[in-house]
Design a protein around this ligand. Structure first.
Ligand SMILES: NC(=O)c1ccc[n+]([C@@H]2O[C@H](COP(=O)([O-])OP(=O)(O)OC[C@H]3O[C@@H](n4cnc5c(N)ncnc54)[C@H](O)[C@@H]3O)[C@@H](O)[C@H]2O)c1
Length: 463
């Protein structure tokens, strides 16, 4: 089966970059990315390719090459579905905020809406691909909806979870560790559908790295991968607190441990805690699934990863309060970084949000600088917590576009995202402009302690 037209529903952090790379690598396939968010689609179509809505190193260049050649962004969802042979569903699957499974289960309403729309609109056979991260056995529900509400056309459902990391999305997509495709490999039609997707990726991914499994394994592998990655962060963060009490250095411990080839060095950097839209949501989802099967020990085991992460964010904020003579009330605290990691403008579940919230509860005045995050987004993140009114957030929080101004007259600085540019600042100038003692809290192990202490900073780093 040769694929000519691909549609991707959802032009977000996954749909946008993934489809841009597929279009670039497969010039004979037309790829249309659709979204109900008109503003987002308009930004993807912005004449100046630097204004696309998602910041990822190298992404603008890929979009520039493929856009209007075989890569299109549109709000006409029905048309793109109807024309496609292959449809990726890449919509958001946030944690439920209401009803059964509130605060834990994945909210699948956007997925179901997509399935119903595909069923309603389709007049020819389609391969429907779960690109969103979903609870194991969601494909069954999709199949049920498609087969019972469709126009008699045939659907094959595949799971093809995305493993890209924000900040390195383009690199990860160009050279993935593996591509995972789950399908109904016991039937001829299922095998054909899997092969059609394998052929798309085979344009640039070596065949040995394209893994095919049954659908349930594929769905569960994505949740498992995120749980394992987050668990490593929480594990090293747990050790960071012990290091602070014992005089061990968490970087030295991480290095010694990571050189063991059974363990490996990646994801062993301690920090103020992991953020991002996926880790927490996917672990909570895993916990919910385990509980729903009565597997309470399994659920409790994974839940601890989240508990540890929450603890790490909180203890970082409380350490600031304690160090500043047990009060930050009315004190100016400068925050460098708001994105959940460097090289992205994504702020979902960023540790900075929670650290700010704790400090605001202590009546601190917060001044923020992030190279890629807008003022509007920062206020939206704080307002979303609902801890205090929008007016209070505006009164206590200032967002500036100059890092030196942010640090001017501050009692303390907290580094919350590991943006490279922070390392190269004129720290002497920053120190000179601050109130003394000048406290510097490095939540990302980014800055050189010795150099900062030589300048005169009271320096605190995790671990
Ligand atoms: N962000 C990541 O790093 C990452 C990595 C791997 C997997 N994932 C998974 O991929 C999925 C998407 O994540 P994301 O970060 O791209 O989300 P996102 O919120 O950035 O994008 C989702 C988009 O889907 C659109 N959408 C929702 N319902 C729609 C509908 N019915 N029709 C058309 N458009 C609709 C939204 O408007 C939004 O623009 C999630 O399941 C996530 O868990 C994310």
């Amino acid at each position: 089966m040769k694929i000519k037209n691909i549609c991707c529903i959802g032009a977000g952090y996954v749909g946008g970059p993934t489809m841009a790379v597929i279009a670039q690598k497969c010039p004979e396939i037309n790829v249309t990315v659709v979204d109900i968010n008109e503003k987002r689609i308009a930004a993807w179509n912005d004449e100046n390719v630097e204004n696309i809505p998602i910041y990822e190193p190298g992404l603008s260049k890929v979009v520039e090459e493929a856009r209007d050649r075989n890569l299109f962004f549109s709000t006409d969802v029905d048309k793109a579905i109807d024309q496609a042979d292959m449809i990726f569903i890449s919509v958001n699957t946030p944690t439920k905020t209401y009803g059964m499974g509130k605060g834990m289960a994945a909210d699948l309403k956007f997925i179901e809406l997509c399935a119903r729309q595909i069923a309603r609109v389709s007049t020819s056979d389609k391969i429907v691909i779960e690109k969103s991260t979903l609870p194991v056995r969601t494909a069954e529900a999709l199949k049920n909806i498609l087969e019972n509400t469709g126009n008699g056309v045939s659907f094959q459902i595949l799971s093809n979870p995305e493993f890209l990391a924000e900040g390195t999305a383009v690199e990860d997509l160009m050279q993935p560790d593996r591509v995972l495709i789950g399908g109904d490999i016991d039937t001829e039609k299922g095998k054909e559908a899997v092969q059609a997707l394998v052929d798309v990726y085979a344009h640039w991914v070596p065949k040995e790295q394209i893994l095919t499994t049954n659908v349930w394994s594929s769905e569960l592998s994505k949740l498992t991968a995120n749980a394992f990655l987050a668990q490593r962060v929480s594990s090293i963060n747990a050790m960071s607190e012990l290091c602070e009490k014992t005089g061990a250095d968490v970087n030295e411990v991480a290095k010694a441990v990571g050189m063991d080839s059974r363990i490996g060095p990646k994801f062993l950097k301690s920090s103020v805690g992991f953020g991002g839209s996926c880790f927490q949501k996917d672990i909570l989802n895993l916990v919910y699934i385990a509980k729903s099967f009565g597997l309470n020990e399994v659920a409790d085991y994974w839940e601890q990863v989240i508990t540890m992460n929450d603890h790490q964010k909180k203890r970082f904020a409380l350490n600031i309060v304690r160090t500043l003579f047990n009060t930050v009330s009315g004190k100016k605290i400068a925050l460098l970084g708001w994105a959940f990691k460097k090289d992205t403008n994504d702020t979902r579940e960023s540790a900075a949000i929670y650290v700010s919230d704790y400090l605001l509860n202590e009546q601190a005045d917060i001044v923020i600088y992030d190279p890629k995050v807008t003022e509007e987004q920062i206020y939206a993140d704080l307002n979303y917590l609902g801890t205090r009114s929008e007016e209070e957030n505006i009164a206590r929080v200032t967002v500036l576009s100059n890092p030196y101004e942010v640090c001017e007259n501050a009692h303390a600085i907290a580094v919350l995202t590991e943006w490279d540019e922070f390392k190269d600042y004129d720290w002497q100038r920053i120190y000179d402009g601050m109130l003394k003692p000048a406290f510097l809290f490095d939540g990302r192990q980014l800055l050189n302690r010795k150099k900062k202490e030589d300048i005169g900073f009271e320096f605190y780093a995790i671990g």
